[in-house]
Design a protein around this ligand. Sequence first.
Ligand code: MEV
Length: 429
Amino acid sequence: MPNTPRNSRISGFHRMSPQERRDTVAGFAGLDAAAVERLADTGNLDAGLADRLIENVVGTMNIPLGVATNMKVDGEDVLIPMATEESSVVAAVCNAGRQCYETGGFTTSLSGTLMIAQIQAVGVADPHAARLRILDRRDAIREVCDGCDPILLGLGGGFRDVEVRVLETAGGTMLITHLIVDTRDAMGANAVNTMAEKLAPRIEEWTGGRVYLRILSNLADRRLARAHAVWHLDAIGGQGGGEAVRDGIVSAYQFAAADPYRAATHNKGIMNGVSAVVLATGNDTRAVEAGAHAYAARNGSYSSLTRYEVTKDGHLSGSIELPMAVGLIGGATKLHPTAQTCLKIVGATSAERLARVIAAVGLAQNFSALKALATTGIQKGHMALHAQNIAMMAGAVGEEIERVARALVERGTVRIDVAQAVLGELRGA
Ligand code: MEV
């Protein structure tokens, strides 16, 4: 009998209960009862809430939540909740925080809590004159925007400015209106998108063109979070002394600043820390990542988000600057109970404080990665936890995990075939 091809056109899937969806998916994918049961265990997120947060829910995806210690940000000690599946990420922040703790930790700032919404108008006959017509209507624009969100207005936020760009594209000249909006403790996507949609008919009226897109920009360069720290030579020490570590880190930064291939990895390491806190607090990881990478390429060539230099006393000075569109209200931040707990752990009572702490975490992460790379390499630090993962993949359970992992590290070969062999030997014994 030929196999009947599987059909992904499942009628009414979105109307099913999560259990009905799980059963349907199990039939499609050949899941056994144990797999379906695991999917049904939604852990610390209520199944009903999960089902309302996104569409077609069948379960939740749990990943480890760690807490980084040793961090001092703007003179205040802070614990950092980090949700990540990658080993060494939490340890990296703890280590970097420890090595600058005595010299003051991290000092941070935020350029503002302004978000940008874009309105794209095409087919405008006189784009330069139309630009001025829009700019002349600043008060009318303010009225439309502020009318959208009285709560934001009450919190001191709202419309701040309008800018208009004449953009040459493959499809001809476009007129791009930017609404600059202070979204305060909200990430602000909903607020600015509503404003852009509301204003669009007026833009058509004033320009005689046609509006297509009305959406925020994730290049949130009016919401730049900055952090700075000084690592003293005696605190960074290590092989070859503090000078060698310092010079290795500065050279690693110079490499990333000059080479997009290296900068991509360098910034990925920064985002290991940043995204882990963004996720733990229920914020939008993709928004922050898009903003960071676009900002890293703002000068036309993709480059490093951090900078390192040597202070006049010979110590290592590190700094970071990146867009940080995070909020405390709205979406999963407010609804996910673990996100709420994480906000309590980090002690952020404003979106500004959260953004600043996250920038410090990004810098901390980068410092530790560069220090490891410029000295012993990262594999040594990775190996202990990685060996445990490999042991589990080889089938080790309970106490076997630690014993197999230790054997792998001792042999200096952390590979699944070696883990299987070690496990075989253990069980045989
Ligand atoms: C690994 O997830 C991150 C690093 O590659 C970052 C870097 O190379 O700077 C270690």
